[in-house]
Design a protein around this ligand. Structure first.
Ligand code: F6R
Length: 604
């Protein structure tokens, strides 16, 4: 969703704010703005469009000062215009506010403030916040009391940072939207996410819901909503700034695709021992899942595809499991009891739909677990337990390396739950664990030899792109299509291969290339389904090992190393990530920031 940055310290705030906004642009990129405390008050600059446009706008104005706030927006209330960009100010321009989240009662608050003479200049829900602060200041409250009182009036979700004219202070509060504090000697940062200030400090405090902070040049005061002091200890994040930069790559997405050998190695490190066939999941001793008789996995988008992958792995291991779209969970959730484990799968750990499903599961008494990439995320804090995928920061809006790590973690979890709950070690563990250990090298080799760029070029002019797979190849087909449509803006669909003949075949022509994923699970049937499309003119691109029979039948071929059928789909997925990337690059799309999307969707 939106990205917030704040800075208090001795240095020049503007440079820090602009760097932070560039680092946060993956959270929203339809408008951006900054407010800096200068000698005569608060100076604001904001623009619709990307951070680069804001940088042009600030290049010829004076915005000097060591306290400031900035924002990059993904619109919810009102179109992406200059007026709707944050920071928002009150009538006197003495209060500036940036906000991420949704103020549900903004219409009532706006009407109430209008009745008291306040004039609004934007369509946003956020603008009520500086006006409320101003109202309470006019009423005689101190700055801090006015901020607290305004926050108290808000219903909905928010991460808010506010600055008041003449004060060397930032006020901030969080409920339902992420906010972290960065600390480096006498320099302090506020941000929606750690990469915003990673080049300045790795010492962070993740705020919790209900936290209010007052940051000045001397330190940070952590309190609850009533103003009572609370303790929040800084943590050191082990992401380095280089990980959060593009390095030698033109796009974050390509970099993150190429990081998969490393991110997977990190995911499995210390968690598998192929020799003893042991899986050690941090803090989950053998027997932890003994009582589990059903698993529900909830997630959205790419994480849902990983969840589906996990549910099939669980089913294959003999455990009853269902993957559900988190945004449907409130309507369609199957019954839960004490023996149900609900697993929320979320890269960011901040997706509102997934958090809502997680909270529902908590309320209904299920055991909950999250599989996430972000240690201090809301999901990690609200689930009973967390398993971290250790993928490092993922900046490209299209999820790539985190999908692979989620799917591998879920594969390991499936084996552990099966061993605990069903009392048997699945028969294929002997081959599965060594193959998991070989995945980083397998991906490395695949990346070096991939023909994905040529395939993308050859089929670029097609009308529509189909992806088919069976068993564990099915979630990969869905993910292949999602990635393709997300970054190329071309039409793409994923199907269970056997479903093609039940309707979609009507769409098949020579203009609809079919990417067929072979995982070693009933491949003969998948090949037959691919041939049914080929007979009707569609070119077939087989994604399979070199010596697979499909290579002879298909029009083209993307090769994957021969591995256990539980892992083959993940290698196929890497090839499909590359096809999407190269197709989008040839089409000149803004690959890391596809239109209308944002990395972390913190509204339902
Ligand atoms: C697509 C993509 C999204 C996310 C979805 C859930 O490439 O990244 O579909 O997977 O918004 O996000 P998380 O995993 O953060 O819950």
């Amino acid at each position: 969703m939106c990205g917030i940055i704040g800075h208090v310290g001795d240095g020049d705030a503007l440079e820090t704010l602009l760097t932070g906004l560039e680092n946060l642009e993956y959270r929203g990129y339809d408008s951006a703005g900054v407010a800096v405390q200068n000698g005569s008050g608060i100076a604001v600059q904001k623009r619709s469009g990307k951070v680069d446009e804001l940088k042009d706008a600030v290049s010829d104005v004076s915005l000097e000062g060591d306290v400031g706030i900035g924002h990059t927006r993904w619109s919810t209330h009102g179109p992406p215009t200059d007026e709707n960009a944050h920071p928002h100010t009150d009538c006197t321009k003495d209060v500036a506010v940036v906000h991420n989240g949704i103020i549900e009662n903004y219409a009532e608050l706006k009407a109430w403030l209008r009745d008291r003479g306040h004039e609004f200049t934007s369509d946003t829900d956020t603008e009520v916040i500086p006006h409320l602060i101003q109202y309470y200041l006019d009423d005689g409250m101190t700055d801090e009391a006015a901020f607290r009182r305004a926050i108290d009036e808000l219903e909905g979700s928010y991460a808010v940072a506010a600055m008041l004219s003449g004060e060397h202070v930032l006020y901030a509060a969080r409920k339902g939207s992420p906010l972290v504090v960065g600390i480096e000697d006498e320099e302090f940062f506020l941000a929606s996410d750690v990469p915003a200030f990673l080049e300045y400090t790795d010492s962070v405090v993740y705020l919790e819901d209900g936290d209010v902070v007052v940051v000045d040049g001397d330190g940070v005061e952590f309190t609850d909503l009533d103003g009572d002091p609370i303790t929040r200890e800084p943590e050191t994040v082990d992401w380095d700034p280089e990980q959060a930069g593009k390095g030698e790559y033109e796009h974050f997405m390509l970099k993150e695709i190429h990081e998969q050998p490393t991110s997977l190695a990190q995911a499995i490190e210390g968690r598998i021992d192929p020799e003893t066939e042991r899986i050690s999941l941090d803090g989950f001793d053998p027997g932890t899942f003994e009582h589990v008789d059903a698993v529900q996995l909830v997630a959205c988008g790419t994480s849902y595809h990983a969840a589906l992958y996990g549910s099939l792995a669980l089913n294959q291991a003999g455990v009853q499991a269902t993957a559900l779209l988190a945004n449907e969970y409130s309507v369609v959730a199957p019954p839960v009891d004490d023996d149900t484990l609900v697993v929320a799968v979320s890269q960011s750990g901040e997706t509102a739909d997934t958090l809502s499903a997680l909270r529902q599961a908590n309320r209904r008494g299920a055991d909950t677990l999250t599989i996430t990439n972000v240690v201090g995320s809301t999901a990690a804090r609200e689930a009973d337990d967390a398993l971290f995928i250790r993928a490092g920061p993922e900046i490209g809006v299209a999820a790539t390396k985190t999908f692979s790590s989620q799917a591998v973690m879920l594969t390991l979890l499936a084996q552990r739950i099966a061993a605990d709950a069903c009392g048997h070690v699945p028969a294929d563990l002997e081959s599965l664990l060594p193959d998991i250990g070989k995945m980083p090298d397998a991906i490395d080799g695949l990346l070096e030899e991939s023909a994905a760029d040529a395939i993308a070029r050859d089929y670029l002019d097609s009308e529509s792109f189909f992806f088919i797979g069976r068993g564990l190849g099915y979630p990969v087909a869905l993910e292949g299509a999602l990635k393709f449509k997300e970054i190329t803006y071309e039409h793409a669909e994923g199907f269970a291969s056997g479903e093609l003949k039940h309707g979609p075949l009507a769409l098949v022509t020579r203009e609809t290339p079919v990417f067929a994923i072979f995982t070693g699970q009933e491949d003969e049937k998948t090949l037959k389904n691919a041939e049914e499309a080929q007979t009707r003119g569609a070119p077939v691109i087989a994604v399979c090992p070199d010596d697979h029979r499909a290579v002879e039948v298909a029009d083209d071929h993307l090769t994957i190393p021969d591995v256990d059928s539980e892992l083959a789909g993940l290698l196929a997925n890497v090839q499909l990530q590359l096809v999407s990337y190269y197709a989008a690059d040839l089409l000149g799309r803004p690959i890391d920031k596809p239109r209308n999307l944002a990395k972390s969707v913190t509204v339902e």
